[in-house]
Design a protein around this ligand. Structure first.
Ligand SMILES: Cc1cc2nc3c(=O)[nH]c(=O)nc-3n(C[C@H](O)[C@H](O)[C@H](O)COP(=O)(O)OP(=O)(O)OC[C@H]3O[C@@H](n4cnc5c(N)ncnc54)[C@H](O)[C@@H]3O)c2cc1C
Length: 460
């Protein structure tokens, strides 16, 4: 264990995860806790919060990657920040073990803990998936996908016609929820712009495929809207395969099966397989002594206190994707809040108030109760679908609603401003279609330049 001398010795509110929930809990608590002689500590392996609803637009190049993240250091000035991963929590002893970014571990004491470590991509044991696929849950994945799609288009434009070129120009998303539909439609929109700028290819040379195991897409919108989404995608030349599942992805060859009778439903090869078939609570909860439900979420009550069979656990709080919080509005799935940003941000604000009430008697501890406002989704430039408080919208008005909602929902004024300024720049100059190369090996050209010719000869 590393020494704890670098860390605050004040009574600590330990926030595990600096994403949506963690950022807002810390922001709303930090000043008061500090003034009262305590400290808020945020632990996260990343030094920033990622605004995940913007990932499809980052992948499509309509939002700059750094504009879609919020730096902890810039915005949590009164918080103790630790770049690392909480690997276990012993609440009985009020301690957490943190693996720091240099690989060392440290054990820190706390007074209150907030579990806010979110969710991870849910996958299944499909042969070849881990080797061939990529998720859409982090800024790095969005940037990597964008570079991959643009690079494949550029490279394929120099290939002779044939299976290799077809493979390079086939782009596949598995999962027809919001994230998958937004990702595929945004990428298709970007690819159209890319081939418009490249006279060696036509849009018809590119293949976009959605694979969805259910008989419909986007459960968050009404059935007729979901059907409209599918038909508008098909009009754009996107193949939508419903009731279809991925059985194997070995060597990038996708073998599909029909969900109804499990019969083979064709196969084809791709270099780009994006997996967005759901999320699951972060498995780090299993390394704690907190109660977990049958879906692996930490159990919480409507006051956002972690709750076992004997009632709420003193000093233990949770919110967001990692938790099973009762949905008092009567909505939700199985009586619990669905994992989305709409709940995460509101739960975080209520949770911060409840900690202030429980710890300093400021106000009273209250239950979280929020009726879903609906959902908005972008389907590429000027196209969208929305269901706002039961009112359905399609096309341009829905796209405007999507932009308006997310432009305002992006945390921190300076980030909102950067995102909106970027959108205005796109209107003026069009989206940026540059794919940055060699990001995985940025030293390549320097190494080549700095290696003496004799050494190069010996190596070859
Ligand atoms: C592509 C995509 C599009 C989406 N679009 C929408 C949308 O349009 N509307 C909507 O309402 N919701 C949307 N969501 C869902 C929404 O983003 C999440 O519900 C929300 O981010 C959950 O917040 P959270 O704080 O619980 O988790 P997160 O925001 O994921 O934060 C979790 C944090 O915990 C950190 N962490 C992980 N493990 C550890 C550990 N061991 N120790 C310490 N820290 C850890 C992570 O690095 C991360 O920073 C979308 C999600 C995705 C992926």
């Amino acid at each position: 264990m590393a020494s704890t001398t670098k860390f605050s010795d004040r009574p600590r509110v330990l926030v595990v995860g600096g994403g949506y929930v963690g950022l807002y809990v810390a922001k709303n608590l930090q000043k008061k806790v500090k003034d009262e002689g305590g400290i808020v500590t945020v632990v996260d392996p990343l030094p920033y919060m990622t605004y995940q609803p913007f990932l499809p637009e980052v992948a499509a190049g309509t939002i700059e990657p750094r504009d879609a993240v919020v730096s902890h250091r810039m915005h949590l000035k009164n918080t103790e920040l630790i770049t690392g991963k909480v690997t276990s929590i012993n609440h009985a002893a009020r301690t957490a073990v943190i693996e720091l970014s240099d690989g060392e571990s440290v054990e820190l004491p706390y007074q209150d803990v907030v579990l806010a470590a979110g969710s991870i991509t849910r996958t299944f044991p499909i042969p070849g998936l881990a080797e061939a696929g990529i998720g859409m849950k982090s800024i790095e994945e969005a940037v990597g996908t964008r570079n991959q799609v643009l690079e494949r288009i550029e490279t394929a434009s120099l290939m002779p016609e044939g299976p290799e070129r077809e493979r390079a120009l086939t782009f596949v998303v598995v999962g027809g929820g919001f994230a998958g539909i937004e990702t595929l439609t945004e990428l298709e929109d970007m690819a159209r712009d890319a081939v418009r700028n490249n006279n060696r290819l036509r849009r018809e040379d590119l293949r976009f495929v959605l694979i969805e195991a259910m008989g419909r897409v986007m459960p968050e919108v009404k059935p007729d809207q979901a059907e409209w989404v599918v038909s508008s995608m098909r009009e754009r030349g996107i193949e939508v395969l419903l009731n279809t599942s991925l059985a194997s992805a070995e060597n990038g060859v996708l073998k599909l099966i029909n969900m109804a009778d499990k019969s083979p439903a064709g196969e084809f090869a791709t270099d780009t397989l994006i997996w967005t078939a759901g999320v699951q609570a972060n498995p780090m909860v299993r390394a704690t002594d907190f109660p977990i439900d049958d879906r692996g979420r930490v159990r919480a009550n409507a006051e956002l206190r972690i709750t076992g069979d004997d009632g709420p656990i003193e000093g233990a709080w949770a919110a967001g994707d990692i938790s099973a919080v009762p949905d008092l509005s009567g909505g939700g799935v199985g009586g619990f809040c669905v994992p989305n940003a709409q709940h995460a941000v509101r739960q975080a604000k209520q949770l911060a108030k409840n900690i202030l009430a429980a710890r300093y008697g400021e106000g009273s501890v209250e239950e979280y109760n929020h009726k879903s406002l609906g959902a908005v989704a972008g389907l590429g430039q000027y196209k969208g679908v929305a269901n706002i408080m039961g009112f359905g919208m399609k096309g341009f008005p829905a796209w405007l609603a999507h932009r308006g909602y997310h432009g305002l929902a992006m945390p921190m004024f300076e980030r909102k401003f950067r995102v909106i300024l970027g959108w205005l720049m796109n209107v003026t100059y069009g989206r940026d279609l540059t794919d940055l190369r060699n990001l995985k090996n940025p030293r390549q050209s320097f190494v080549a330049a700095a290696t003496p010719p004799k050494k190069k000869e010996a190596a070859s």
